[in-house]
Design a protein around this ligand. Structure first.
Ligand code: GLN
Length: 295
């Protein structure tokens, strides 16, 4: 007897299968839509049609792999949405998180209206797939945008994303702020979503995260604070000495510690900790007027 290949039935079975395997049932819908190669709107008009056999077989293979290993949907499709655009991602880049969209909002809101006309220099540190740098470059056409990453493989992905999305970014390979310091680039805004999970917390992460997001994108030493410390300590040599801002995405209990690190590196900085839409500490924002440019 032929199995029922009606789309709604395929979807129902797949969602149930994921649920039985303790995976998010909604993934079935997104995955099937991907293999059918149709928009979300079209997908819902096709529910009574048969799923073509080759599509069904690819879909079922991916579904089993996801259920067994937790491989994220974004690694299967090769894309992730961020701030209304689609970005290429792979095993060398962190999958964008919705919280990071709030970081973008914060940066955009922080700019005074008159800055619109003025060139402003922004540096995204540890750019990964390039989401922050590329989004800001596209949202702020007057900005000059730099992005650094220590991983050449991540920069390759970020470069492709910038090209596909038409963003003009200068990518520099190196550790955090070092490539900017070497080239004497003095950004007005430094923004980073660096690794911030302590290694002790690895066991608490889902397999989808710990086995698929790159470890260097997730974990930092010093109880998860190592990257903030390394960046903060080099800010004085990097930022525009006339004034500017730094924005860090943080883990939800790191506000005080990151505030302290920034303050001890730059005592003249004003720091605030901002909560995300779930009420969790998520962003540390530091601003300063005049900084002395000595080390
Ligand atoms: N900046 C990238 C992002 O926010 C990569 C961050 C990271 O690898 N820690 O997704």
């Amino acid at each position: 007897m032929d199995i029922n290949r009606k789309q709604h039935e395929v979807l129902r079975r797949a969602s149930l299968f994921l649920e039985e395997n303790q995976r998010e049932p909604k993934m079935a819908e997104l995955l099937l839509q991907h293999y059918l190669g149709v928009s979300r709107a079209k997908f819902f008009t096709m529910m009574r049609e048969d799923v073509p056999e080759d599509v069904l077989s690819d879909f079922q293979d991916a579904l089993s792999k996801h259920a067994e290993t937790g491989v994220p949907l974004e690694h299967i499709t090769g894309f992730a949405p961020f701030y209304g655009r689609h970005f290429l991602v792979n095993e060398h880049t962190l999958i964008p998180r919705p919280e990071t969209e709030e970081l973008i909002e914060m940066v955009l809101q922080s700019l005074p209206a008159e800055i619109e006309a003025e060139p402003i220099t922004i540096a995204d540190i540890g750019t990964g797939s390039g989401i922050i740098a590329i989004t800001l470059a596209l949202e702020l056409p007057q900005a000059v945008v730099y992005a650094t990453d220590i991983s050449a493989k991540a920069l390759k992905v970020a470069g492709k994303n910038a090209e596909r999305l038409g963003a003009d970014i200068t990518f520099l390979q190196g550790d955090y702020l070092e490539p900017l310091i070497e080239q004497q680039i003095k950004p007005d805004i430094v923004i980073a979503n660096p690794p911030y999970i302590s290694l002790d917390e690895k066991t608490l992460l889902s397999d989808t995260v710990k086995n698929f997001d790159p470890a260097e994108a997730l974990f930092a030493d010093e109880n998860g604070l190592g990257a903030y410390k390394a960046i903060s300590n080099r800010l004085r040599s990097t930022l525009n000495p006339d004034g500017g801002s730094v924005f860090f995405e943080i883990g939800d209990r790191q506000g005080k510690d990151v505030q302290r690190l920034l303050k001890s590196a730059l005592p003249e900085i004003d720091v605030s900790v901002i909560r995300d839409m779930n009420g969790k500490e998520r962003i540390v924002h530091g601003t300063y007027g005049m900084l002395s440019s000595d080390q």
